[in-house]
Design a protein around this ligand. Structure first.
Ligand SMILES: Cc1cc2nc3c(=O)[nH]c(=O)nc-3n(C[C@H](O)[C@H](O)[C@H](O)COP(=O)(O)OP(=O)(O)OC[C@H]3O[C@@H](n4cnc5c(N)ncnc54)[C@H](O)[C@@H]3O)c2cc1C
Length: 370
């Protein structure tokens, strides 16, 4: 592996670590970490349980004439995060994003009444003709793809000795000097990965205590655009979860009218109780009541991504209301051998986003290379 950007990266100049690293999970965190190790010429492999990379950044190109983000969609922080991820001044980033307009319309639906207001100041940005997944595909995956081993579900991490032994669900063993765990927190809560010896008590307690939200996204195509930029309800943002409908084709180069539904935590449960045609009818019924039956009359097709049922994810992300003490404990390494990165394992004051996953990966790589 050629450390192609080594010369441009002064932040890791005094690297003394020369062993091998096994990374569990090929989502935003695992791939960012692999990419940084690649830039430093460190031997690493990413072991991914599913047949695809990207994790919760999954997108589809087959539903419409622009890519639909089935998980991560908005850029919640400044665009400079893209440059930070690429970490190479010689690479020109052409990915486009766009913010919202102050005068974009928001609809509030409450007690049978729909009221409109301006969106106002809103920091989130949309990717244009692209997604978080596509950005990683172009700038990160192209550098590390040969080092990702798919269909490899790690079930055991034995760190009793100097060499750490990982075992997958087919009983194949892998040996490493350091291991970076980036599996969704729910996977650890469900006990899919056994650590030998057990993780420290504080870590186990934080894993158990953390509230992880489930989540679902649904996209619907209509022949008419009857909806505002965002449609909110009285329960759109609570301590228990969130939900909203939104113009998923906002700023895209398309004539298609695609409405998105995003719901996490308790607010997702009413939708997750249905599936297939039943779910479509449930949503159309909700929308018909608000828009006088236009949704059912103009409906074309829909697509559903229920993250709580995704086999190796089973969740959306760490709930917004979790105290930062928990994510901080989750992020701490164990015996300088087992490291953690991902949206839930962070020293930051917020979590749950791709940017958190990426930054936690950078922190973990720093620590691994010490
Ligand atoms: C509905 C929804 C909407 C979202 N919207 C946004 C948004 O707009 N903006 C934003 O920034 N973020 C958003 N997020 C959050 C964002 O998607 C995540 O924070 C980020 O993608 C998480 O990356 P990660 O690397 O921590 O985890 P993941 O992407 O989950 O990667 C972990 C990987 O580990 C693999 N794995 C699991 N178990 C094992 C095992 N035993 N062995 C090997 N591999 C394993 C999984 O298959 C997966 O590929 C959203 C998430 C959801 C669900």
């Amino acid at each position: 592996m050629i450390p192609h950007a080594f010369a441009h990266n002064t932040d890791f100049k005094h690297v003394i670590f020369s062993g091998n690293v096994l990374i569990i999970g090929a989502g935003a965190a695992g791939m960012s970490a692999g990419y940084l190790l690649e830039q430093r010429g460190i031997d690493f492999t990413i072991l991914e349980s599913s047949h695809a990379y990207g994790g919760r950044m999954k997108r589809t190109n087959t539903f419409s004439d622009f890519p639909i983000p089935l998980g991560a969609e908005w850029l919640h922080v400044k665009e400079s995060i893209l440059k930070d991820i690429v970490n190479d001044a010689n690479v020109k980033i052409t990915t486009q994003t766009q913010g919202y307009n102050y005068y974009d319309r928001i609809g509030y639906y409450n007690s049978g009444m729909l009221m409109y207001t301006n969106l106002g100041k809103y920091a989130d940005r949309k990717f244009i003709g692209s997604t978080w997944f596509d950005f990683f595909d172009e700038y990160v995956v192209s550098n590390i793809h040969p080092s990702i081993k798919f269909n490899t579900q790690i079930v055991d991490v034995d760190y009793r000795n100097d060499k750490i032994i990982l075992t997958d669900s087919d009983s194949v063993r892998y040996e490493a000097d350091k291991v970076l765990v980036t599996v969704p927190l729910k996977i650890l809560q469900d006990g899919d990965v056994q650590f030998i010896p057990k993780l420290p008590r504080a870590k186990l307690e934080a894993i158990d205590e953390a509230l992880v939200w489930g989540g679902i996204k649904v996209f619907m195509e209509f022949t008419e655009k009857f909806y505002p930029t965002e449609l909110l309800f009285t329960d759109s943002e609570t301590n228990w979860g969130q939900r909203l409908y939104y113009d998923a084709a906002y700023a895209q180069n398309t004539n298609s009218n695609i409405l998105g539904l995003f719901a996490v935590g308790e607010q997702a449960l009413q939708y997750q109780a249905h599936s297939g045609i039943d779910l479509k009818d449930y949503i159309l019924n909700e929308l018909d009541e608000i828009f006088s039956g236009i949704p059912s009359r103009t409906f074309v097709k829909h697509i559903v991504q229920n993250w709580s049922e995704e086999p190796f994810i089973r969740s959306a992300y760490l709930a917004d209301v979790v105290p930062s003490r928990i994510s901080s404990i989750l992020s701490t390494s164990v015996e300088q051998k087992i490291f953690f990165a991902g949206e839930a394992y962070t020293q930051e004051d917020d979590w749950g986003g791709v940017h958190n996953a990426v930054r936690s990966a950078r922190d973990a790589v720093h620590e691994i290379l010490l």
